[in-house]
Structures are given as C-alpha cells and as structure tokens.
Design a protein around this ligand. Structure first.
Ligand SMILES: C[S@@+](CC[C@H](N)C(=O)[O-])C[C@H]1O[C@@H](n2cnc3c(N)ncnc32)[C@H](O)[C@@H]1O
Length: 232
C-alpha cells in the first residue's frame, strides 16, 4: 500500500472517546469498578473521567497535554478532531463500519466525548483529577489505581515511539496498577499488529506479570479487535 493511501496523522492527536467506545474496546463494565480508583492514561479528550466520577469511581486522567489551559486545549481538540476526520477521506474502506455508521457518526462520538471532557477539565484543571504526566514516567506511587486503562498511544503510534518507550511505559503502567492494566489497540495505523508484542509479554512475564490477549467487541481499524490485559 502506498504511504498516501493509508490513514496517517502528523502528531499524536488530542482527541477522545465516549464511555460507550471505552466499554467496548476495553471490555469494561463500569459497575465492577464502583468505589475503586481507575487511571486513564493517556486521557486525551475522553468522557471517561467525568462520567466514571459521576458513577462513583475515583477516576483520574493523565496526559502530556494536561498542563494546557482549558480554552487552549478545547481549541486544540477541535482542530485535531477536524484533522483526524479529514484523514478518513478516500480511505473509508480500510475501516470496519460496525460500531460507527459512517464518518459523520465517528465525528459525532468524538465530539460528544470532548464536549463532556472540556467543562470537566475546566472545572478540575487545578486538581488531582487531571494530572500532567509524560509516559514512560508517571507521578504516582506504586499500586495507586485498581485499574489502569491506556488507549490509542502505545502500539498505534509505534512508527514514532521506540520499542524502549513501549517497554518502559508498560512497566510503568503496571507499577501504578494494583489489579490490572488494559491496553487497546495492539495494532498500528496500518492495522498490522505491533511486531514485538510477544517480546514485551515475555519481558512482563519475567518481571512477574501475567498477560492475556483478549478479544473485544470493538473493531474500527481492521484487525484491531483485541486488548492486552496485564494482571498485577
Ligand atoms: C489519540 S489520543 C488517545 C486518547 C484516549 N485514550 C482515546 O483513546 O481516545 C492520544 C493522547 O496521548 C497523549 N500523549 C502523547 N504522548 C504522550 C506521553 N508520552 N505521555 C502521556 N500522554 C501522551 C496525547 O496528548 C493525546 O491526548
């Protein structure tokens, strides 16, 4: 496939998903985590933190852009959603249209997500709910969160992020988790699985972490229908 025929994006996009998307891609039942703490890293412009807090979960978001003032972050998010949506032009057939009806429906989901995120971020900007953090280092103590979620950074952006970054980030996410880590997707933008995934799983096994690839009921990038679970 020619480079120009692929879905590509220049930088890591500051966009986010709705809770319905997270429930599917992480095989997540929010009710199981009531009264517990959950970290979403990178949190991006997701609705997860506001909605989960509203349902009695102590949810925290961490992202490299969470030191950005709310109004500037809203502008970046709107521009990044526009750019990400424009990226589908002419390559729609590379995606699986089962969860989303069409490109307009993708935009509706991502817009709904950031419209939930932005006011919550503005309200909680100076608190521990939204934490500025840059993987592979997280400013949290060991075992801080029952569950750690991580979507659409590792593996997906592996053309730009080194294998060492992946190894260190997985260790760090596992360090701050007390029960488990879930990571989605396992594929790059071209839909190919991250080529050294087995090596990373072996590394985690050597360090005492069991891992599991689990099928999820979400597939948008063709072939991206699994998450990685790390048991802590
Ligand atoms: C495509 S968004 C994904 C957000 C969300 N998890 C989702 O699935 O919609 C990628 C996010 O990663 C953040 N990011 C990029 N590099 C990072 C790093 N080294 N540490 C933490 N966040 C990072 C970006 O700011 C952006 O919000």
């Amino acid at each position: 496939m020619e480079e120009s025929d692929r879905y590509t994006i220049d930088d890591v996009a500051f966009i986010g998903r709705t809770v319905r998307e997270y429930e599917r891609m992480f095989d997540l039942d929010l009710g199981e985590w009531t009264g517990k703490s959950v970290l979403d890293c990178p949190g991006g412009a997701c609705a997860f933190v506001p909605v989960a807090n509203g349902r009695g979960i102590d949810a925290v978001g961490a992202d490299v852009l969470y030191d950005t003032p709310p109004e500037r972050l809203r502008e970046k998010c709107e521009a990044d959603v526009d750019a990400a949506i424009a990226g589908f032009d002419g390559v729609e057939d590379q995606f699986v249209w089962s969860f989303y009806d069409d490109v307009a429906d993708v935009r509706d989901h991502w817009t709904a997500a950031y419209r939930t995120f932005v006011p919550d971020y503005a309200e909680w900007f100076d608190s521990d709910r939204y934490v500025h953090a840059e993987l592979p280092d997280l400013p949290f103590a060991d075992d801080s969160f029952s569950l750690v979620l991580s979507a659409h950074l590792m593996f997906l952006y592996s053309d730009d992020l080194s294998h060492e970054f992946h190894a260190e980030s997985l260790r760090e996410l596992a360090r701050v988790a007390d029960e488990e880590v879930r990571i989605y997707p396992l594929a790059r933008f071209d839909g190919q699985e991250y080529p050294r995934l087995d090596e990373l799983r072996e590394m985690l096994a050597d360090e005492g972490y069991a891992t599991e690839r689990r099928s999820v009921s979400f597939e948008f990038q063709r072939g991206a229908d699994e998450m990685l679970r790390i048991e802590v």
